[in-house]
Ligand binder design. Structure first.
Ligand code: PLP
Length: 398
């Protein structure tokens, strides 16, 4: 266990003063750099004015301003927001909305659909729909009903669509949850927008509620503000967290369309959507999120995103020819390399690679035989080159 004492921009500093470049933006959160003064100053000021208030029967300026700002950038069909605390609760709420939507309509639909190898968090609903089962063993008996479909490729898409349409005839599926374009915890697996689109189109035809889990992909990482911006068919529900608050404090938002909202907005109490949490829409978290969103839309950050995307492409030209590399992939500022060596998700090779990077002052977290980079948008040219150099030397030793 390594003690980290401070952080600034793309750099983490440990207790001995050694510096590490944060190559994964502390799990995809600190995209505008650690302790970004633009964000910390705004939050410090908010802290002196209003720290916390119940968000039931009350509202406040930071929540209103953030909601308005989010409505401007979210896909056009998203109209209502529900606040919570983290990525797991964001997806849990999305799942509950889909299930209760049909409960409220008096329709018996209780099965959720999800991609194989998806990851959606660790509350019970979120665990149930997550296909990566390594973490879930002791709880599986208590899961909600879930069925999985393969992530589409050029070769499999037609068969997936045929099987799906057959399965949908039973009309017992309430919702489909998916990580659009990039499956993060599956080691940055990428699928085509066009294939996803064809799946979503069929699901919509059968009235299934679609839930885009953009907890990882949200806020610029895939080259557009949301991955769903690149997919013609928009989700009914969209889940946000991680970079939402720029790594400062936890918060999440689940957005939905008017159609979903209307199914809950009724006089009958049991048909309402409850489950608001104690810290729902905390003013400090809302302030951090609002500052982050403003930063994302600045020329500087947008230029940073473009530069990283271009640098990844140039780096890829070199990497993909390396004899130890099986394949590479990129989506926006996310770049991943699969090594030819087969290994366990958390096996020895993974540990060796991790130590190699840390020795060189680079923080990367390889998953199995995949090395990936997801750098903060503010990473400097020389810092990014240092990450690349450490990867090239790692490729030589595996
Ligand atoms: C990290 C993640 C979650 C869970 O978020 P937590 O804040 O860790 O609960 C859910 N979905 C996706 C796609 C994630 O990457």
């Amino acid at each position: 266990m390594l003690g980290i004492k401070s952080a600034s921009g793309a750099i983490l500093v440990d207790e001995d003063g050694k510096e590490y470049i944060d190559g994964i933006a502390s799990w995809y959160t600190a995209m505008y750099g650690h302790c970004n003064p633009i964000i910390t100053k705004r939050v410090a000021k908010q802290m002196e004015q209003l720290d916390q208030v119940v968000f039931s029967g009350f509202t406040h300026e930071p929540a209103v301003a953030l909601s308005e700002a989010l409505m401007e950038v979210l896909p056009y069909n998203q109209e209502k927001l529900f606040f919570s605390d983290n990525g797991s609760t964001a997806t849990e709420i999305g799942i509950k909305m889909a299930l209760q939507y049909f409960f409220n309509k008096g329709e018996e639909r209780t099965v959720m659909l999800a991609f194989e190898e998806g990851f959606h968090g660790d509350t019970f609903g979120a665990m149930s729909v997550s296909g990566l089962s390594a973490y879930n063993g002791p709880f599986e008996k208590h899961f909600i009903q879930v069925e999985r479909i393969p992530v589409p490729t050029e070769e499999t898409i037609d068969k997936i669509l045929i099987d799906l349409e057959k399965r949908l005839q039973k009309k017992d599926i309430a919702g489909f949850i998916y990580e659009p374009l990039v499956q993060g915890a599956a080691a940055m697996k990428i699928h085509k927008a066009e294939h996803l689109c064809r799946i979503l189109r069929i699901l919509k035809l059968y009235g299934i509620i679609t839930i885009a889990d953009e907890v990882m992909t949200g806020f610029g990482k895939t080259g557009t503000c949301f991955a769903s911006d690149q997919v013609t068919v928009k989700p009914d529900i969209l889940c946000l967290s991680k970079a939402l608050t720029a790594g400062l404090v936890p918060m999440a938002v689940t957005s939905c369309t008017k159609k979903i909202y209307d199914a809950f907005y009724q006089d009958e109490i049991v048909k309402g959507f409850f489950h608001g949490h104690t810290y729902t829409a905390n003013p400090l978290a809302c302030t951090a999120a609002l500052a982050a969103l403003e930063l994302l839309r600045t020329k500087e950050i947008q230029a940073g995103i473009k530069r990283i995307m271009n640098d990844h492409q140039k780096f890829d030209e070199i990497v993909k020819k390396h004899p130890n590399v099986a394949s590479t992939r990129q989506q926006g500022i996310i770049y991943a390399i699969d090594l030819k060596t087969k290994t366990d998700r958390y096996g020895t090779l993974r540990d060796q690679l991790f130590s190699h990077f840390m020795d060189q002052g680079v923080f990367l977290r390889p998953l199995g035989n995949t090395i990936y980079i997801l750098p903060p948008y503010v990473i400097s040219e020389s810092q990014l080159q240092k990450v690349y150099t450490s990867i090239l030397s790692a490729l030589d030793i595996v």
